[in-house]
Structure formats: C-alpha cells, structure tokens
Design a protein around this ligand. Structure first.
Ligand code: CP
Length: 314
C-alpha cells in the first residue's frame, strides 16, 4: 500500500478491519515496528479525533508523530503552478511538500474543500499536491472528497455490532445543519459501505444527491421514514448540495433524528462521525441513549489509523 486515500478493494478493507481489531485487543503488540520512523500530521483545518487518534496510533507502533497546524502555524501556501507570489501566499506547495518529504517517512494530510471551486475540490487538488511533491507515502486525514480513516473506523464499528447470520440494512441519512458542510464523510461512507458489500440506502431531501461516483450501487430514497424502515445501522450526516455546489437548500428540522423516527426500526443503531451539533443534527435522546455507537466509532479511529500506519510502513 503506497498511499491511503480511498477504498481500494474488499480484500484490503477486510484485512485492515481484521488488523485493526487485533490492535484493539492488544494495542502495543507491535511497539517496536515503527521505531526510528516519523509521521508528519499536517492539518490545514481543525480536528479533535483525527489529530489525537493518529498520534496515539503512531505511538502504539513506536513511531514518532509530529503535528503541524499549517493553517495557523505554517506559512500561507501557494497552490497554483506558475503563480507570481506578490500577494498573501509566502511558500509554494511544491517547496513545502518537498521539504516535508525529507523530514518524514510518512505524511498524513487534512485538506478540506473550498466548497466554492467544484472542479478543484472534485479533483482533490490541494491534497494531491502533497502526494505529487512530497515523494513519500501519504495518508488522508480527510481530503476535499473523502475521509477514509473515518470510514474504516465505521466499517470496524459495524462489524463489531452485526448480528451473526443477518445481512444488515445500512442507511445513510442527511441531517440539518446551520453551515455548508463538505461531502467527504458521506462520500467515503457510501464508498466503503458499498465496497464492503453492505446493503446501503441513502436518504436526503431532493437537491442533495451526492456525486454519483460514490453512490453507485446504493438505493436512493427521498422519503426518510421509508428509508429508515427495518434499518439496522443509521449513519447521520449533513452535507451541502453537490449539484448546486456548496449551497444550503433545506433547513427542514424534521430530518433531525429523534426516537419517533425509529418506530419501524426498533433495534437500529445510530452512527455519526462527530463533531455533532446536538439537537440540530441529532437529538440528545438518541446521542445519550443505547442506540448510539458514536463513542465506539471515535474509539475505533485509533485502531483504524494503527492498521493503516502499520501496513504503510511494512
Ligand atoms: N470525525 C473526525 O474526523 O473528527 P475530527 O474532525 O475532530 O478529527
């Protein structure tokens, strides 16, 4: 595995899930594996879970993680080829990424989308500049269009909570939000759930269809109540419109899940990647109750990152 940026194939996903569960049972079993190796965790955007879990994962393997908050502590980066840098940007990505490539054995990058330039975001332009110029393996800590470490943790969580012999119905539901939110978590969840062979239904208001390249193989249902019927796992996430790129079209609060939504899915478990806006995206009663898997997902972020780092440094 050269880089970890997306779902590759079912066999690799299954290997990573199995490896992650082994690490969960004994996190420091390979404490010498990464000795002498450094991972640079480069954040162009805020984070709680990704920042902490990736560092813990690296430490569990004996690696040295170094975190840089490039958005606040680094030089303002220029991304455009041939730019005349006589305005706000101080350092070109090709110089910065090349330097980072000499300092680290592995780079891990968080680079959110602009939500204004659809083409650049869809090509994962900023994230791919790090791959292009660093010359070392790169792990996605969430790019403009994908969040694969989150999705791997989500697949681990589903596997841990599956009832043996029953093929679960998995539902990804849009939820309200006050801000325009990227598509990365929803895209990646769909990509991984479909790739891992889950029966996935996606429900959202009209106008919120995700990029079809991520949802091919799922069922799309605009009626949330119908979609939730007989669900086993319900993944809750807001995203902004993709067609009318980055815009908010719907503020209908009835899309926020409460206990009432589960009258036809009595045993359904609820998932969310966090951070969550309580009583906007999801009700307190759900988040505080026995349906919620959100803390287990967050814990599994450590072992997802550890399985990926371990494979990358092999
Ligand atoms: N779920 C997730 O990626 O959380 P952070 O943004 O806090 O890292």
């Amino acid at each position: 595995m050269n880089h970890f940026t997306q779902f590759e194939n079912k066999s690799l996903a299954e290997q990573l899930i199995e490896e992650a569960l082994k690490y969960k049972s004994d996190p420091r079993q390979h404490i010498s594996k990464g000795l002498g190796k450094r991972v640079g965790c480069i954040f162009l955007n805020p984070s709680l879970r990704t920042r902490a879990s990736t560092q813990i994962a690296a430490l569990n393997l004996g690696m040295d993680p170094i975190v840089m908050n490039m958005d606040k502590e680094g030089w303002a980066l220029e991304m455009q080829e041939g730019a005349v840098m006589n305005k706000g940007t101080v350092e070109h990505i090709k110089d910065a990424a090349a330097v980072l490539g000499t300092y680290f054995d592995v780079l891990a990058i968080r680079a959110f989308p602009s939500l204004s330039n659809k083409q650049e975001d869809s090509e994962d332009f900023v994230f791919n500049q790090f791959i292009k110029y660093s010359g070392v393996p790169v792990i996605s800590l969430e790019s403009a269009i994908r969040h694969p470490l989150q999705s791997l943790a989500d697949m681990i969580t589903i596997q841990e909570n599956i009832i043996a012999g029953h093929k679960p119905k998995v539902v990804l539901t849009w939820a309200p939000h006050i801000k325009a939110i990227p598509h990365a978590v929803a895209n990646s969840f769909a990509e991984w759930a479909i790739g891992c062979g889950h029966d996935l239904t996606i429900t959202h208001p009209e106008g919120y269809d995700l990029d079809p390249k991520f949802t091919k193989g799922s069922k799309i249902e605009y009626n949330q109540q119908k979609a939730l019927t007989d669900a086993d796992f319900v993944y809750v996430k807001n995203w902004s419109a993709f067609d009318d790129y980055g815009k908010i079209h719907c503020t209908d609060t009835s899309w926020m899940l409460t206990e009432k939504h589960f009258k036809n899915a009595k045993n359904a478990k609820v998932m969310h990647c966090l951070p969550v806006r309580r009583n906007v995206e999801l009700s307190d009663e759900i988040l505080n109750g026995s349906r919620s898997l959100v803390q287990k997902q967050a814990e599994n972020r450590i072992y997802a990152a550890q399985a990926v780092l371990s494979k990358i440094i092999e």
